[in-house]
Ligand binder design. Structure first.
Ligand code: NAP
Ligand code: ZN
Ligand code: ZN
Length: 361
């Protein structure tokens, strides 16, 4: 991809960036803007590794701009606030998710759905309103308009709270919007990774019964015993899937790679909903008849608005929904990416930025 114009900002920053579609990350010096009157600046302490970071460092969606500093599950402590900032002060525990800007005036923005604003600015690898490129949370500092800053409730540990900023809201929002949050319903969660395991936890906290549909037999015991799933199906086992046909009111599909959706439609009851949140680089194959029979619906969902993100945090704090994480050092990030590709993490890597990110200059 062509390099966008980059201005030198006054504040020095340091992080790890991918330089090309090999996706390999290495130390990188850059700069961040001065804290504007509506801005909150914070020292980054932890950042989750989302599978979207992996898609992006490898340019799998074709939109990556290098050098690319990933990271959109960013938490830390406020170091400076602009003079018009109303809701935050120095020392507050805060986070930034997938967006750092939106137009604030379109229909989506007025509906608190900044995530669907056509001018939404992603936290990294996007062109900001001042023409410069955004850099994510695999870095020492962050600055954003206070509208896009979320407060982390006191009873959630900062490291485990980080994945809620993307994985959490991405599954919470469709559970609510598609009405899959009613006690007594039964839903399926496909793919037990970062998003999937939080989906299980939120659904259970809402009183919903959960069937996990996974390619990994080694995740079964823990899913049932620790995550509280009610049943577990191996997606490559046709007999198991057929035995569960017509049992689910809805499905949240978090799978990051191309996979068959036909068997998933079979698992739905009449009027059931298949909601895609995973974003494979290649198209999925969809046939008409399985949808017509039983009036089934296929939908999608992308993260969530800021208001709902704060609501999700408050719900997580109240119901003790905490992601299961493996905390790793910054130097481990390339290995973590390799393991993530193999679905070898229970269930989210979180980088200890505060203790392990070392500046080179
Ligand atoms: P993840 O931790 O890697 O989890 C994905 C899970 O999918 C894996 O753990 C694995 O679960 C399953 N899986 C992987 N490859 C598969 C294959 N070939 N066939 C069937 N199942 C497979 O990733 P994540 O961070 O949760 O993200 C998941 C996807 O959601 C990514 O595509 C990401 O970009 C996307 N995403 C979307 C949004 C949004 O706003 N919609 C937000 C964040 C992320 P099992 O071992 O259980 O099979
Ligand atoms: Zn993400
Ligand atoms: Zn807008």
């Amino acid at each position: 991809m062509t390099r966008l114009h980059e201005e030198e900002h006054p504040n020095k920053a340091f992080g790890w960036a991918a330089r090309d579609s090999s996706g390999l990350l290495s130390p990188f010096n850059f700069s961040r803007r001065a804290t504007g009157e509506n801005d909150v600046a914070f020292k980054v302490l932890y950042c989750g590794i989302c599978h979207s970071d992996l898609h992006m460092v490898k340019n799998e969606w074709g939109s990556s701009v290098y050098p690319l500093v990933p990271g959109h599950e960013v938490v830390g402590e406020v170091t400076e606030v602009g003079n018009k900032v109303q809701n935050f002060k120095v020392g507050d525990r805060v986070g930034v998710g997938c967006m750092v800007g939106s137009c604030r005036s379109c229909d989506s923005c007025k509906d608190n759905l900044e995530n669907y604003c056509p001018k939404m600015v992603l936290t990294y690898g996007a062109k900001n309103y001042d023409g410069t490129i955004t850099y994510g949370g695999y870095s020492d500092t962050m600055v954003a308009d206070e509208h896009f800053i979320v407060r982390i409730p006191d009873n959630l540990p900062l490291d485990a709270a980080a994945p809620l900023l993307c994985a959490g809201i991405t599954v919470y929002s469709p559970l609510r919007y598609y009405g899959l949050d009613k006690p007594g319903l039964r839903i399926g969660v496909v793919g037990l990774g970062g998003l999937g395991h939080v989906a299980v936890k939120f659904a259970k906290a809402m009183g919903v019964k959960v069937t996990v549909i996974s390619t990994s037999p080694n995740k079964k015991k823990e899913a049932l015993e620790n995550l509280g799933a009610d049943s577990f199906l191996i997606s490559r086992d046709q007999d198991q899937l057929q035995g569960a046909n017509g049992t689910l009111d809805g499905i949240i599909d978090t799978v990051s790679a191309q996979h068959p959706v036909l068997p998933l439609l079979g698992l739905l009851k009449s009027n059931g909903k298949l909601v895609l949140v995973g974003a494979p680089e290649k198209p999925l194959e969809l046939q008409a008849f399985p949808l017509l029979q039983g009036r089934k619906l296929v939908g999608g969902s992308m993260i969530g608005g800021i208001k709902e993100t704060q609501e999700m945090f408050d719900f997580a704090a109240k119901h003790n929904v905490k992601p299961d994480i493996e905390v790793v050092a910054m130097e481990y990030v390339n290995t973590a990416m390799e393991r993530l590709l193999k679905a070898d993490v229970k269930y989210r890597f979180v980088i200890d930025i505060g203790k392990t990110l070392k500046a080179t200059s």
